[in-house]
Design a protein around this ligand. Sequence first.
Ligand code: ZN
Ligand code: FE
Length: 256
Amino acid sequence: MTQLQVHMFSALSDNYCFLVRDPETGKTGVVDTPEVAAIENALNETGWQLDYILNTHHHFDHAGGNLEIKEKTGCTVVGPKGEAARIPGIDLELQDGDTFELGHQVARIFDVPGHTSGHIAYWFEDSATAFVGDTLFALGCGRLFEGTPAQMWTSLQKLIALPDETTVYCAHEYTQANAKFALTVEPQNQDLVQRAAQIDDMRAKNIPTVPTTIGLEKATNPFLRPMSSDLRDTLGMTGAPDVDVFAETRLRKDNF
Ligand code: ZN
Ligand code: FE
């Protein structure tokens, strides 16, 4: 089995966008459409021809370029069934449990509501690679615009059930700000302390902190660690259910 090819590039002020390609068939997709010019540049640079847009959710910095890209390339627009009415140009609607075939590369689809009500994630199991949009970030998670903390916690649990070595492509470079917050709620986590220093170093050199991995996030991301006694001590929530600790962590980040 050949590996999925991924070409990551920046778009807008802090978005990441991804060309994905099956090397056997040449089938190519772009995960979200934050910025048409950046996508065209990436296609020119790689020489790849676009077959699909793979949307994670409806926000403008994810689906705003759909119609123009579709018109220019004739590609098929694939996206979340739960947001179909808000995904410009959608042709193929996906939901939890579905699979999507990019040539010979198969993505399993997860519904991950919380940031938006129909947000989906794409997991290319054989390549150990996941595209999670604005659901999970390096050291963070998406804001709850259209969902409850309980929904988001359920969504994040689907992602942390993936193998630790899974490479996770999130859609924004938010990591340094996320690290500052994470240190305030889990100050004794030595893995986090170390990672935060690495992140400062990387950002000073303008190196992307994306992708990350499930294993690294499980060890350092406070939104995935409601069971942490350090986090619980900070929040004063020693005996609370995980979902309540998650909700309080998210609330504190909103006000950070
Ligand atoms: Zn978003
Ligand atoms: Fe976004």
